[in-house]
Structure formats: structure tokens, C-alpha cells
Design a protein around this ligand. Structure first.
Ligand code: DC
Length: 220
């Protein structure tokens, strides 16, 4: 059985960067589950499927031709790595992620992603729903202000004109939708190691996560 380490947390907590760096250090696979929801959102938009057409969204999630390779994401053989990262795609993903039938369709795909020697699975419900038997569970968070500041820096660097107020508002809205939804809401798994990364840089967080994994799995 491959090792599975889950990293869940709210948007902007840095879990994507941390998960891919930890996976690279261990030589493990990395599952970016948010990308799957973003892909369904993008594919629905491109196919002209309405956000409330549940049967069509379910079919789409089941039959979607998604490939993750060398840090890139492909949909129907088209590189959509950048297209799924926009705020618009994130919001579409968050709405689609509230549909239980879509979540169910993505379960087997996510579980099948675990391979020897191990998997770092990153998202909102990795430790609670997708990999409830994972050996190590981490909940990575940071204060809303810190998450908004990180996002502000990223977007400014890309030349976007944003304000802290609007970002704080968006983060609050996304947190609310992700934590209050009926299925697989964002919450720490039982027994999760809760790591608040406020005031820490990404190197420190990676080291803390690796130290925790090695403490729990001494053979790794
Ligand atoms: O991590 P992210 O920002 O790429 O995720 C985009 C959206 O997908 C997020 O707002 C909630 C949803 N999501 C989810 O419901 N479950 C997951 N395991 C991962 C993401």
C-alpha cells in the first residue's frame, strides 16, 4: 500500500506550493484535487453546460479526459494549466464542488492516483472523505489577512489591479462557501496536525510538514 499524507486547508493557505515541494522532496506523487474541480468548471464553461445542470455536470466529471503531466494539466489534450488558475475558474470550481454527484464522480479518480511509494493529497476533504485512512493528516491554515496579503502580492506581480479590501471580501466569501456546504465541507480531519502558517515563509512550512511526516513515518 502506498503511503498517503493529506494536506487540507482554505484557499490561499499555501498548501498547493507546500504539497508539491514536499512531494518532490520525498519523491512521491502529488494530487492537486482543486485542479480537478477547476477542470470540471472550465470544461462545463467550454461545453456551454449551465451551472445547475447536475446530470450534465456529472457526466462531464465522469468522462472528462484530464491528464496531469510534468506540472502541467491537460484537458482533451489541450494545456489548460494557466486557464484553470484564474479567479473566475476558482469561483466556478467552488460552486461546482458543492454538488454531491460531481464529488462522487471524482472520488475513484482521486483514490486511484495513489501509487508507490507515496502520495501527497492536497485539497479540502482529503483527510475527511477521500483518504479517511491516510497515515498522516495535516490542516494548513493562515489568517484571512495573511492569505489576502499573499494573494495581493501574487496578483500585483502579474500586473492585476486589485485591492486588499476586495481580496479580503473574496476570501471570506470562498471560506464561507467551502466550510458551510452540506457535503465534504472544509474542516480539519480528526487527529489532523493543525499548522498555522501565519508569519512563516514557505521554506519553514515545508520543513515543518516534512518533520511531522518523518516523525509519524520514520521509514520515509
Ligand atoms: O484549492 P483550489 O483553490 O484550487 O480549489 C478550487 C475550489 O475547488 C475550492 O474553492 C473548493 C473546491 N475543492 C473542493 O471542494 N475539494 C477539494 N478537495 C479541492 C477543491
Amino acid at each position: 500500500m502506498p503511503h498517503v499524507v493529506t494536506i487540507d486547508g482554505p484557499s490561499g493557505s499555501g498548501k498547493g506550493t507546500v504539497a508539491s515541494r514536499v512531494a518532490a522532496r520525498l519523491g512521491w506523487r502529488n494530487l492537486d484535487s482543486g485542479a480537478l474541480y477547476r477542470l470540471v468548471g472550465l470544461a462545463a464553461e467550454r461545453a456551454g453546460i449551465a451551472p445547475d445542470d447536475v446530470p450534465a455536470l456529472q457526466r462531464l466529471a465522469r468522462n472528462m479526459d484530464a491528464v496531469f503531466r510534468d506540472g502541467h494539466v491537460f484537458l482533451d489534450n489541450i494545456d489548460v494549466t494557466d486557464a484553470i488558475r484564474t479567479e473566475q475558474a476558482g469561483n466556478a470550481a467552488s460552486r461546482i464542488a458543492a454538488i454531491p454527484q460531481v464529488r462522487d464522480e471524482l472520488l475513484a479518480w482521486q483514490r486511484g492516483y495513489a501509487r508507490e511509494p507515496g502520495l501527497i493529497a492536497e485539497g479540502r476533504d482529503m483527510g475527511t472523505v477521500v483518504f479517511p485512512d491516510a497515515e498522516v493528516k495535516i490542516f494548513l491554515t493562515a489568517s484571512p489577512r495573511e492569505r489576502a496579503e499573499r494573494r495581493y502580492k501574487q496578483l500585483k506581480e502579474k500586473g492585476f489591479n486589485v485591492t486588499m479590501e476586495s481580496l479580503l471580501g473574496e476570501i471570506a466569501e470562498r471560506d464561507k462557501r467551502d466550510t458551510e456546504r452540506a457535503v465534504a465541507p472544509l474542516k480539519p480531519a480528526v487527529g489532523a496536525f493543525i499548522l498555522d502558517s501565519s508569519g512563516m515563509d514557505v521554506d519553514e512550512v515545508v520543513e515543518r510538514v516534512l518533520a511531522h511526516v518523518r516523525e509519524r513515518l520514520p521509514a520515509v
